[in-house]
Design a protein around this ligand. Structure first.
Ligand code: NIG
Ligand code: FE
Length: 429
């Protein structure tokens, strides 16, 4: 007797299960384990993966209400985008033009532009407008294969405006198929009204914002919420970052840090010491810090669209991180300043070239390891039974096309929680 399930995906040319290792991410040079099965099928029920295996075995064991024929295509887990600044209003095309003429990102920030120009636009936007602008981007993320997306606040920088950003995250999470992970980034920049008084702003973050955010969390956000700090030149010092992250940890928030994007202030050491779930950017990270990350459970999140977006030449030393045994994950860093790109496939294309990852390593870094960077490694990021049925059918027949061919959408069908959420053949949604 065969078991009846809601959905079978048959005719899979290459099934990439991308397993977790034990209960953890794929560490060091073990990154890139796709758990590849050729001529496979996948059984899905109640939004979860029930079984995978050779097609004859699965079709012999299961009957389905609906069957999707992959026609020999590649199937992988949905992409997990471990780092985005999805919610904002407006754009900074004019600043980009100035950067092309030779003005640096940090110079523009020091003049009161950069993050603070998006803060001004975001504070002015009403909630409906903020949700609309952000939803258009989230639709593009889904269409390009992202099924779980981390989203930071950090363009409000005032208690009410930060809470408004959290409300936008909660509204989008409720109405959109993509699952969102919320991160409070009140320490993204010193807002204009605190210019020259960074320590006072840090006091506000600790004494007013974190308590208000945690109150909001307890009422509106049942899952783990993160706190992040931009620890860098022109943003927050190591001491200020420590104060904020310690206050957040005391209230049960998960920790993340923006470290070593421009200058090395020692953020990695702090992240490891405090048991942060991830340390992100890691461009100018020292060899000693790389060794420390390799010995820790803190996931190294590389964001190659950012140096690319800044036209910088230096990228995360990913191979050294793998040599040290670190768990490497990928994110888009989608934001209006350094990297406006919703398409995680571009991140994979950059990771193969500038981080020196193989296609298989890039896929694992953007699925199973990215899930662990969000504390969701037991739920998403791989196609193991019991995990959410977040599944991509790619319009390619060799997984090595992913990260190789770039600039167009290679995803054909996106299945989120067992339901088709996007299909390029029907023109989208
Ligand atoms: O990750 N580094 C800080 N935050 C963003 C940039 C945000 C912005 O410029 O608006 C980043 O690169
Ligand atoms: Fe960022």
């Amino acid at each position: 007797m065969s078991e009846v399930v809601e959905l079978l995906i048959s005719g899979i040319g290459q099934l990439c299960v991308v397993p977790s290792h034990g209960d953890g991410p794929q560490r060091g040079h073990r990154l890139g384990d796709l758990g590849l099965i050729e001529n496979a099928a996948l059984a899905i029920d109640d939004g979860k993966i029930i079984a995978f295996g050779p097609e004859d075995e699965i079709l012999g064991g299961y009957r389905a209400v609906q069957t999707l024929d992959a026609g020999g295509r590649v199937v992988t887990p949905g992409l997990v985008d471990a780092h985005t600044h999805l919610i904002w209003a407006g754009d900074r095309a004019g600043e980009f033009e100035r950067r092309l003429k030779g003005v640096s990102y940090q110079q523009i920030m020091a003049e009161g532009g950069g993050i603070n120009s998006t803060v001004r636009a975001t504070r002015k936007a009403d909630l409906a407008d903020l949700v609309d602008q952000s939803k258009a981007r989230l639709n593009l993320m889904l269409a390009h294969g992202s099924t779980t997306v981390e989203v930071k606040t950090g363009y409000g920088l005032r208690t009410d405006a930060e809470i408004a950003m959290l409300n936008a995250i909660a509204l989008l999470d409720a109405e959109h198929p993509v699952d969102l992970v919320a991160t409070f980034l009140g320490a993204h920049a010193v807002p204009p009204e605190f210019e020259g008084r960074a320590d006072e702003y840090v006091d506000l973050v600790i004494n007013e914002m974190i308590p208000a955010v945690c109150e909001w969390r307890d009422e509106h956000w049942p899952s783990l919420m993160f706190c992040d700090v931009f620890c860098d030149e022109g943003a927050f010092t190591l001491g200020q970052s420590r104060r904020i992250l310690e206050a957040a940890a005391a209230r049960g928030m998960g920790l993340k840090i923006h470290a070593d994007e421009f200058a090395n202030l020692g953020g990695v050491g702090l992240a490891v010491e405090l048991g942060a779930v991830s340390a992100d950017h890691l461009v100018v990270t020292s060899d000693e810090e790389i060794v420390a990350l390799g010995r820790s459970d803190t996931i190294a999140v590389a964001l190659p669209a950012t140096p690319f977006g800044l036209a910088h030449r230096e990228y995360t030393p990913a191979r050294k991180l793998l040599d040290a045994g670190a768990a490497l994950a990928l994110g888009s860093d989608c934001n209006p300043g350094t990297a406006w790109c919703e398409n995680m496939q571009i991140t994979l294309a950059l990771a193969t070239r500038y981080l020196g990852l193989t296609q298989a390593q890039a896929i694992a870094a953007a699925t199973v390891n990215a899930a662990f960077a969000l504390g969701l490694g037991d739920r998403v990021g791989s196609l193991e039974p019991g995990k959410m049925a977040d599944v991509l059918m790619w319009d390619v027949r060799d997984y090595r096309m992913i990260g190789y061919r770039f600039g167009v959408n290679l995803v054909q069908t996106v299945i989120k929680g067992g339901r088709v959420a996007f299909d390029a053949r029907w023109g989208g949604w």
